[in-house]
Design a protein around this ligand. Structure first.
Ligand SMILES: [Zn+2]
Ligand SMILES: [Zn+2]
Length: 361
């Protein structure tokens, strides 16, 4: 069974990629070889990417900030959407076809055979491949990916709109899915006006939860209310966020919190405002901060602290399909792959509102 190759797209020998030579080095856009369809291993596919999101994780990867080090030289990026232009030889029963539009997420591929994979926890696979970290990522015009791990993108969802759903959307969707809340329950979303937060508000409303949005400033208040938040709390003007949350929930506290913050206080506070049997869904990944929770109250109130790390293939399909229904929209601005160095500078300074999607054309 030989490789399947697109008859409509002429696959070039070289492409443009954004590459970092060593951790902490400046990112450069340069020419890079495209893997020939004949050289694709069974199960691999070649994508012609339309666009890719840029995430804070990409900056951490480029800088080598985390305890687990990325490969170098590194082509970053893990929120890509493109079409399949080749499928490796001897790939029987591929779930995706030539010409199909698919997404590439942080979990590029996993073994499917270890205990974690068998239980559907592909993100915890010991042999996981991470896009733009342990394998080349989506800051490239052509990318080798994996037929069993790519996420099909429904026709109703534009590529640019799908990009950040594959990371930020998937992450908050899964956290809500496993929050063990029911329709009508109260969910607190600190940072509700931010990149992850604004998606969390929309997924929570879609799932019938009542949302308490916490953030700062009139612009974010308007955004959160427009997205359907039931209660708004400005942490810069509130004198006591915990009592505001209790007041809003009839004195009982919230059923769950989806905390994406990079500081520890957002996590600690949740122990105080959650009602008994509430669930703290920890989603943010600060490299250093410690969770300083009262063990007494975690036990006394029967609180669950649940670390929720991106999501598996099924979670990704669900997150993307909800977005395709029109219920969840990501706020993003479009730039070009060649703008990436500037985007990194702006990300470092915290100057980017919403998400950035780079177009490959
Ligand atoms: Zn991301
Ligand atoms: Zn595995």
């Amino acid at each position: 069974m030989s490789a399947q190759v697109s008859t409509t797209v002429q696959i070039p020998k070289t492409q443009k990629v954004a590459i970092v030579a060593t951790s902490g080095a400046k990112v450069h856009v340069k020419d890079h070889p495209v893997k020939s369809p004949e050289d694709l291993a069974p199960g691999e596919c070649l994508l012609k990417l339309h666009c890719t999101g840029v995430c804070h994780t990409d900056l951490h990867a480029a800088m080598g900030d985390w305890p687990v080090k990325p490969k170098t030289p590194l082509i970053g990026g893990h929120e890509g959407v493109g079409e399949i232009v080749a499928i490796g030889k001897n790939t029987p029963n591929s779930p995706v076809k030539l010409g199909q539009r698919v997404g590439v997420k942080w979990i590029a591929d996993s073994c499917f055979d270890c205990e974690q994979c068998r239980k559907g926890h592909e993100q915890n696979c010991a042999n996981v491949k991470l896009s733009g970290y342990t394998v080349d990522g989506t800051f490239s015009q052509y990318l080798v990916s994996y037929v069993h791990s790519v996420t099909p993108i429904p026709d109703a969802l534009e590529s640019e709109a799908a990009a950040s759903i594959l990371c930020a959307g998937l992450t908050v969707y899964r956290a809500l899915k496993y929050s063990e809340t029911s329709p009508g329950d109260w969910v607190v979303i600190p940072g509700a006006g931010g990149g992850l937060g604004h998606l969390a508000v929309q997924y929570a409303k879609y799932m019938g939860r009542r949302v308490i949005a916490i953030d700062a400033g009139e612009e974010k208040r308007k955004l959160c209310k427009a997205l359907g938040a039931d209660v708004w709390i400005d942490f810069t003007t509130s004198t006591d966020t915990v009592s505001d949350i209790k007041k809003a929930t009839g004195g009982l506290g919230a059923h769950a919190a989806v905390v994406t913050a990079a500081s520890s206080s957002g996590y600690t506070q949740a122990i105080d405002y959650l009602r008994p049997n509430g669930r703290l869904m920890a989603v943010g990944m600060p490299g250093e901060a410690k969770l300083d929770a009262s063990i007494f109250f975690v036990v006394f109130k029967s609180i669950t602290i649940h670390g929720s790390y991106v999501g598996n293939r099924q979670d990704a399909i669900e997150a993307v399909e909800i977005a395709a229904s029109g219920a969840v929209k990501c706020h993003f601005q479009t730039k070009k792959l060649s703008d990436i160095a500037t985007v990194y500078e702006e990300l470092k300074k915290g100057e980017i509102a919403g998400r950035v999607v780079l177009s490959m054309d």
